[in-house]
Design a protein around this ligand. Structure first.
Ligand SMILES: [Cu+2]
Length: 167
């Protein structure tokens, strides 16, 4: 009986090892072709969630119908920014940091979800109901030109978007 258990454990470990190997190979195949918007570690070029205890500066963004109060933002590479997103409008708005392609993909997804009133909490997005204030702490890890946008259907299309330049 004990022998059988050991055999079973061995079999399990082998299976796990094969599974792990398959995953590694999958990643290796991805590495060959650099993914759009990602660096060679697979991290988004537009940055990553920042440490709220290491904020370099705070930027307030106001949303109304249908606009942001800012158009262009400039940051330094490595800077951690606390975005205070204030919805002064009468409908929900969001503030999302990404590149063009990612914004468009998210916009398409929100269009498909329209009417379902589904929440979404990707790390690079904050959504605020009317009268609400939300915060997003973000570190800009790469230089480049990115976008911020509200991807509720029809909003970015009429100008609820802007540029983020990281130098
Ligand atoms: Cu909006």
């Amino acid at each position: 009986m004990k022998k059988y258990l050991i055999l079973l454990a061995g079999l399990f470990l082998t299976t796990a090892a094969i599974a792990a190997d398959a995953t590694t190979n999958g990643h290796m195949m991805d590495d060959g072709q650099m993914m759009a918007g990602k660096d060679h570690h697979g991290s988004a070029l537009w940055g990553e969630p920042g440490d709220p205890k290491k904020v370099d500066r705070t930027v307030t963004i106001e949303a109304t119908e249908i606009a942001f109060n800012v158009k262009d933002l400039t940051f330094r590479k490595g800077e951690t920014v606390r975005f205070v997103f204030v919805n002064k409008g009468e409908q929900p708005h969001e503030f999302m940091i990404a590149d063009d392609a990612e914004q468009l993909e998210h916009r398409k997804m929100m269009q498909e979800m329209a009417g379902m009133n589904m929440g979404h909490n990707e790390a690079n997005t904050v959504s605020a109901e009317p009268g609400e204030t939300k915060e997003l702490v973000w570190t800009f890890t790469h230089t480049g030109t990115f976008d911020f946008a509200c991807n509720y259907p029809g909003h970015a299309e009429v100008g609820m978007e802007g540029k983020i330049v990281v130098k």
